[in-house]
Ligand binder design. Structure first.
Ligand SMILES: Cc1ncc(COP(=O)(O)O)c(C=O)c1O
Length: 415
């Protein structure tokens, strides 16, 4: 059970990996001369090619998306006393990254698109708000027009969590290039993978330089003959050269992976057809959606639960640390990070907690929604059934028939 990158691993990844091992160069720096010759490191070449694909000004490979979010937020100046708005339906990683900067995560509702609701974000802005994280959940772009206008009007940073939407676009422009920075994941459930790994994209020279230093012990970008960057304490969040080798082969396949997923999504949705009382998730830009899942929202949570149970899957409301209500870290009495404590830095008021029921619209939508896999087969996410990227027409038709029949049986039993 993985994302679409894993089944597409083949001779290309093998060749890139073999050349790293044969040359005995396991760090991005050994041959990092950046002159475009064969001696350029795999990590640097991956950065170059992902930058070219997305049109971003800067691309920085890291060891995970969580690291990219953390370094990016720190580099953008997010810290104690700040609030950062993030949706209640997300993976826990962006909330963790906010908490570890010392800032306070503020959770917002999603709307029918299962993505952060710009109107609810607007209602949660305070004098402390510093940033908004648009999490492009389940492969689909957020409403970036509305979020862009809102953050511009209020002088806030827009950040994009593109972990689940690698290669996705919004009205023709690549995700990750709208915000001050965008963060991507290369873990096994993503559209392109190296097992683990992350990427930060930004158009901001200062943020790139600071994020680079944070990810590598204070080094200047690419350690081009010097090792000192901004005088700050960095960590080691670097991408390994073996990771870079696989990531390079995978990024070259990404456009074709997405073409396959999008074609399969349409065939799958057409084969399912219209179902009474069930609504397909509306998308802000269907052409830019990565098509990793097809999500259907039912008229009632009871019906969604029954259908999910018969199919051997779960509703999104029950999906692990993706729904805020399933995150013990957000419940009263818990500390979000070892250092953040439960009070704000000025001691003025306790930090917010989010027991189940705190975001009623999010609760309602997630409890009524089932995600069928098109390419991300992940039971923890709630997309454990459906098709995978290798599915042919027969498999697509069979999966559609099973869903249609199950929905019909449950509706009949309920009437
Ligand atoms: C929305 C989202 N953000 C961030 C992450 C974290 O990615 P990584 O595992 O690369 O740290 C994930 C991982 O599943 C995710 O789904």
């Amino acid at each position: 059970m993985t994302g679409p990158g894993i089944p597409r691993i083949g001779p290309e990844e093998e060749a890139e990996l073999l050349s790293v091992v044969r040359e005995r160069e396991l760090s991005r720096y050994r041959f990092d001369d950046h002159d475009g010759t064969a001696r350029m490191s795999k990590v640097a070449r991956f950065e170059q090619e992902f930058r070219a694909l997305t049109g971003a000004r800067h691309c920085l490979g890291m060891n995970s998306c969580t690291s990219a979010l953390f370094a990016g937020l720190l580099a953008a100046g997010v810290g104690p006393g700040d609030e950062v708005i993030v949706p209640g339906y997300t993976f826990i990683a962006p909330i963790a990254a906010i908490a570890h900067t010392g800032a306070e995560p503020v959770l917002a509702e999603i709307d029918e698109s299962l993505l952060i609701d710009p109107a609810d974000v607007a209602a949660r802005i305070t004098s402390r708000t510093k940033a908004v994280i648009a999490v492009h959940m389940l492969g689909a772009p957020c409403d970036l027009d509305a979020l862009g206008a809102l953050t511009r009007d209020h002088g806030l940073l827009l950040v994009e969590d593109c972990a689940q939407a690698g290669g996705g676009t919004y009205h023709g422009r690549h995700l990750g290039t709208f915000g001050r920075f965008g963060a991507f994941s290369l873990n096994v459930f993503k559209t392109f993978t190296a097992g683990d790994g992350g990427v930060l994209l930004t158009g901001d020279d200062d943020l790139y330089e600071t994020a680079f230093a944070l990810h590598d012990h204070g080094a200047a970008p690419l350690r081009m003959g010097v090792t000192d960057g901004p005088p700050l304490f960095g960590l080691n969040l670097r991408m390994h050269e073996l990771t870079g080798a696989v990531a390079l082969a995978q990024v070259r396949k990404l456009p074709d992976t997405l073409r396959t997923l999008r074609a399969n999504r349409e065939k799958f949705a057409d084969a399912i057809g219209d179902l009474s009382g069930v609504t397909r998730r509306p998308l802000h830009d269907p052409d830019g959606d990565c098509a990793t899942v097809l999500a259907y929202t039912f008229a009632s949570a009871a019906m969604a639960d029954e259908v999910a149970g018969r199919l051997g899957t779960i509703t999104l409301g029950r999906s692990g640390k993706h729904n805020y209500a399933n995150m013990p870290q957000l419940q009263p009495g818990r500390r979000a990070s070892p250092t953040s404590g439960t009070r704000r830095p000025d001691g003025a008021a306790p930090r917010r907690t989010y027991p189940p029921g705190s975001l009623p619209r999010t609760d309602d939508l997630l409890d009524r929604t089932i995600a069928l896999s098109v390419g991300v087969v992940d039971s923890y996410l709630g997309s454990g059934v459906g098709i995978d990227v290798t599915a042919g027409d027969d498999a697509i038709e069979a999966a559609a028939r099973l869903f249609r029949t199950t929905v019909g049986d449950v509706a009949k039993a309920a009437s």
